[in-house]
Ligand binder design. Structure first.
Ligand code: ADP
Ligand code: MG
Length: 615
């Protein structure tokens, strides 16, 4: 409970006690009015003030106004206890709402409790504890066991296992050793690590993720916008109805004005759409929180809402359905040794971040002398071209060889083939093999079970490789040998397959597919450990890199929308019934307040369900 909530609770309790005392006090007439006015001032003074201030600002019709008119009206009718009670219950309801909102906010913040408090920087051989903000790129920081990694960097000394669960939801610790990249926000468990910082705090993984989470609720879903619009028309309509109710029946039937004024005031209290206004954003907030609990960042409630309408899912292959870490399965040089060919490939790929390049460099395993490399050009969907030792070197697929008119040997291997050429002469090829991610197959099956109509794979890789993967995963369709621009074209075609209301998801790793990520209705990135571009371009980020999380978040989206619908029906239904009863004098102001507080509480509890997800 926050300080403000505690204060508010104490205020409510004191008012409640005073209220009981006021009822028991044997006073009549003006004395009674004075006593109740004091209690009213304590419990409702701020509401009255807010209502006045809003009127001055030109925003007349809000719930503060409704409550003020209704309770002041009750006083004019001589119903002092009712007036105070209405305000008291209203405050109880408000307290409950703010408690629920901050609780769900807090649980998200706790889940995302990844902000490091300090960094131990090594300066002149001494460790100095500073704010992570003050550390510069190139500084060396030391992280002791039990501490949080403060900044992104590369481990230069030490080995340890790190707990990435706050970032990825993954409970198994990862082993890390010198030479590996490490990201901020994880917890160092066993060993002392010395890290060279590669990014300033503002650019670090932690800062990016925190920013995403903080902004997540800014992007409003259609349902939330509906509420805002609804309230804009609803409130004036209700106020006009109340005025008519107070004036017309007495004029027409000759009944006492006081009866109808009271009914009109009751009608106003009943009409307050609190439950509706609060519970819908809260449900989405809960859904986003539930998703982040399982390692999926949803960047806005609009995306969470759209996910439920998914009809087509398009996957990238490398790094998305497959691990993207290739093992070299064969090296076929023309007239040099296998090791020499691998070395040339590693030099050519040195500047590339493509999973293929990373794997080749890993297979080579030695340091690269960058002074021997110049004029590097990465040709998307083809490969790379670079000058190595003064010789123009090509490394890439068949398309690259054809483009450069170099006769190549075709390989029958089922793996991905990287052909090499030096100074226009074919030098041989390296065959590497990727592995399908452990949960890819399950992911496709779960998506089918969740009602997805079509699953498609787009890849720039060779047809043999692509078809093999698609077959193993039982995808509905696979397009292969695509250039990045072709991927966009295919996506456009697939957009036409779905119904107008249906949504298309593209899932990629952000390498060579950022335009497709942006073009799809919902772009999902494998944010995992690293790729900033993907995290930025995507609407949804899967921190664990597990494709099966897509089905999890689609199901969560459906659950959230179910909760939203239930709350709308509940709130409007109860409201409707009590409003009609109130208009005919069958519901008292008490019933009105109880129904509103009651519905709000039920709606809030229902909304919180969205936070709970099955692991
Ligand atoms: P995908 O992620 O769908 O496999 P990409 O567009 O990333 O497709 O890559 C398509 C193909 O382009 C790869 O399969 C590979 O043959 C070639 N390629 C791209 N980048 C490189 C690179 N750095 N080195 C070698 N080949 C590459
Ligand atoms: Mg890719």
């Amino acid at each position: 409970m926050s300080k403000r909530e505690k204060k508010q609770l104490i205020r409510i309790l004191i008012s409640a006690l005073l209220y009981i005392a006021a009822i028991l006090l044997p006073v009549e007439g003006l004395a009674k009015l004075a006593v109740f006015l004091v209690v009213y001032g304590i419990i409702g003074g701020d509401i009255l003030l807010k209502a006045c201030r809003n009127i001055l600002n030109g925003q007349v019709f809000d719930e503060n106004f409704l409550m003020s008119v209704a309770t002041v009206g009750a006083f004019f009718l001589g119903e002092y206890p009712e007036g105070v009670a209405v305000m008291l219950f209203y405050q109880v309801g408000e307290w409950f709402q703010s408690y629920a909102v901050s609780k769900s906010r807090r649980s998200i913040a706790e889940l995302m409790d990844i902000r490091p408090d300090f960094a131990n920087v090594l300066r002149d051989g001494q460790l100095e504890q500073v704010d992570p903000d003050e550390v510069k790129v190139g500084d060396t920081v030391v992280v002791k066991p039990g501490e949080r990694i403060p900044l992104d960097g590369i481990v230069i000394e030490g080995a340890s296992s790190i707990d990435t669960s706050a970032l990825t939801g993954e409970s198994v610790p990862r082993d890390i050793e010198a030479g590996q990249a490490i990201i901020s926000g994880c917890i160092n468990q066993t060993g002392r690590l010395t890290i060279e910082v590669t990014k300033e705090f503002g650019q670090s993984t932690v800062a990016k993720i925190l920013e995403l989470v903080e902004n997540a609720s800014d992007k409003k879903s259609k349902s939330e916008n509906f509420i805002t619009k609804f309230a804009r028309y609803y409130t004036p309509v209700v106020v006009i109805a109340a005025v008519l109710l107070a004036v017309l029946p007495p004029l027409l039937t000759g009944q006492a004005f006081s009866i109808w004024i009271e009914r009109a005031l009751t009608f106003l209290v009943i009409s307050c759409p609190c439950a509706l206004v609060i519970s819908i954003p809260l449900s989405f907030f809960g859904g986003i929180g539930g998703a982040s609990k399982s390692g999926v960042l949803v960047k806005g409630s609009n995306y969470l809402e759209a996910l439920a309408a998914t009809e087509v899912i398009v996957f990238d292959k490398t790094g998305t359905l497959t691990k993207g870490s290739f093992a070299v399965s064969s090296i076929q040089p023309e007239d040099m040794t296998a090791d020499e060919l691998l070395e040339i490939a590693a030099y050519a790929e040195d500047y590339s971040n493509h999973p293929i390049a990373v794997s080749i460099k890993k297979a080579f395993g030695r340091d690269v002398d960058t002074t021997r490399i110049s004029d590097v050009e990465e040709i998307a969907g083809h490969g790379v071209k670079a000058v190595i030792n003064g010789k123009v070197t090509l490394a890439g697929n068949v398309k690259l060889m054809e483009r450069e008119k170099i006769p190549y040997k075709s390989s029958t291997s089922a793996g991905t083939v990287i052909h090499l050429a030096i100074e226009g002469k074919y030098a041989g090829y390296i065959c590497i093999e990727d592995e399908i991610k452990a949960d890819s197959r399950q992911a496709i099956q779960e998506l089918k079970a969740a009602g997805i109509r079509k699953t498609v794979m787009l890849t720039g890789d060779a047809d043999a490789v692509g078809q093999k993967v698609a077959g193993e995963l039982m995808l509905d369709q696979a397009y292969t040998e695509l250039l990045p621009a072709d991927k966009v074209d295919r996506l456009e075609e697939l957009m036409k397959v779905k119904s107008t209301k249906g949504k298309l998801i593209f899932v990629g790793d952000g390498i060579n597919d950022a335009p497709v990520l942006a073009r799809a209705d919902i772009g999902i990135a494998m944010g995992g450990l690293g790729s900033d571009a993907a995290i930025e371009a995507a609407d949804v980020v899967i921190m664990t890199d597990e494709p099966s999380k897509i089905a999890t978040v689609i199901n969560l989206s459906k659950k959230t929308l179910r909760i939203v619908r239930q709350n709308i029906i509940l709130a409007l239904g109860v409201k409707g019934v009590v409003l009609v009863l109130g208009a005919f004098g069958l519901a008292s102001m008490w019933a009105a307040v109880f129904s509103d507080v009651g519905v709000s509480v039920i709606a809030i509890l229902n909304a919180i369900r969205a936070l709970n997800i099955k692991k």
